[in-house]
Design a protein. Structure first.
Length: 434
């Protein structure tokens, strides 16, 4: 809660420079003509923002047309005539110092006015709100040639701006009453959730100054406090009809929301099923990938084994060719010796050697045929795997080449020579494997 604790008056009515200290129990008691009304009117000037259309001076006396004006208060007019005026020119300051009873933070609100006997109306220099600052009376004055005079408005404005900056705040200097009052009510409100009503405030403030006896509280509230708002029956009925239509619209929207939620649940079920189906397909694809990977490993192993078999067969064929050539040479030498020898014994020996050579050659042919048959069987197993990425036609040609060699080898007679040299067989096998 904000509590008014001090009032500074500078060149206002008969006061040249005066401060009044207030607390929660202060009361203004004085005989007639002592300035009680002037003090209340000073409060009006600040708390209504100097708005002449709203101010009712001497309100407790009914606000007669003969009441003083703001210009009269600035010049200190207390009766008609030249001698009934305290000053010819005036720079008037009215400052109200508030303090938050909870936080202890001060707030100074005030108005700076100017008037002269040569001007028909007063001037409003400015309206000021100084958060965090509790102005003192001396801060409105300066001493010139041993006299205390009001500060010029520009000098005062610079001073209060500096004071606010020292307090870590920003001064609020307003050019008109409307903005000043809205800002003042926001700072004086009871709590942050309260929204001040400016019109209600003005009405309540003026009624509070009307210090008349209240005979009928109900009449007082209806005429002076409550706002005049006659009931518009047609508008009321229209509002009821609009409320009914809004209620129907709400029901329709609720039904649509329920229907949409049902559709959403169905879509959630479908989405769940689709997710499970996708997961199943992913698992199947992963299983197939693992199976193909295993088959590929097997095929690569079989291919490596076939290549090793080919190498061994080629080596055996080369050894067989060497052995055959050696046997042929021995046979030729034996034939030469036989032609030059006499006697049956030597011929029989040669025949025995030739028989052993033929047997050896036949055995080598059988071994070579068995190795070729084994290699062909490995190729048939690889072809049966149907591996992805493997050209089946090329694979069939390779297998056919090995089967052809096997068939040609089996068709040879026991004494017939091999149809290929080792180099030719190796070159053909290498070309087929590529």
């Amino acid at each position: 809660m904000q509590q008014l604790e001090r009032i500074h008056l500078v060149q206002f009515f008969l006061f040249e420079a005066q401060s009044l200290q207030l607390d929660a129990t202060s009361a203004i008691i004085a005989p007639n003509g002592a300035g009680k009304s002037a003090l209340l009117d000073a409060l009006q000037i600040v708390l209504l923002g100097g708005d002449r259309s709203r101010i009712r001076f001497n309100a407790q006396a009914g606000g007669s047309h003969r009441a003083r004006t703001i210009r009269d208060y600035c010049l200190g007019v207390f009766r008609t005539g030249e001698e009934g005026r305290k000053r010819r020119t005036a720079t008037t300051y009215i400052s109200l110092v508030f303090r938050d009873t909870a936080s202890g933070e001060p707030l100074t609100a005030g108005i700076a006015l100017g008037a002269s006997v040569d001007e028909p109306e007063h001037r409003v220099h400015g309206l000021y709100l100084l958060p965090g600052v509790a102005l003192e009376l001396d801060e409105h004055l300066e001493r010139v040639n041993g006299k205390e005079l009001p500060l010029a408005w520009n000098t005062f404005r610079e001073h209060v701006t500096r004071r606010c900056k020292e307090a870590g705040e920003t001064p609020q200097l307003h050019p008109n009453a409307e903005r000043f009052l809205r800002d003042l009510l926001l700072r004086l409100r009871a709590g942050p959730s309260v929204t001040p009503d400016l019109n209600a405030y003005r009405k309540a403030f003026l009624n509070a100054l009307n210090l008349q006896r209240v005979e009928d509280v109900d009449l007082f509230v209806r005429t002076l406090v409550a706002e005049d708002r006659p009931t518009d029956i047609a508008r009321f009925r229209a509002l009821l009809e609009s409320f009914r239509l809004i209620k129907e619209k709400i029901e329709q929207v609720k039904q649509r929301i329920d229907a949409a939620e049902g559709v959403e649940r169905q879509y959630e079920k479908i989405a769940g099923q689709a997710t499970r189906a996708a997961s199943a397909r992913a698992l199947a694809a992963e299983y197939a990938r693992d199976l193909y990977s295993e088959q590929l490993d097997q095929a690569e192993g079989a291919l490596a084994e076939a290549e090793n078999t080919l190498v061994d067969t080629r080596r055996q064929l080369a050894d067989t060719r060497v052995e055959r050539d050696t046997l042929r040479e021995e046979q030729a030498r034996a034939n030469a010796r036989l032609q030059g020898s006499e006697g049956y014994g030597e011929q029989a020996q040669l025949d025995e050697l030739s028989g052993r050579d033929r047997d050896r050659l036949a055995q080598l042919k059988k071994d070579l045929a068995r190795e070729l048959a084994f290699a062909g069987e490995q190729f048939r197993q690889l072809d049966a795997l149907a591996l992805e990425g493997v050209d089946s036609d090329a694979f069939a040609r390779v297998r056919g080449q090995w089967e052809q060699w096997h068939t040609e080898l089996l068709a040879l007679s026991a004494e017939a020579a091999l149809p290929w040299t080792p180099e030719e067989l190796y070159a053909q096998a290498r070309q087929a494997l590529r």
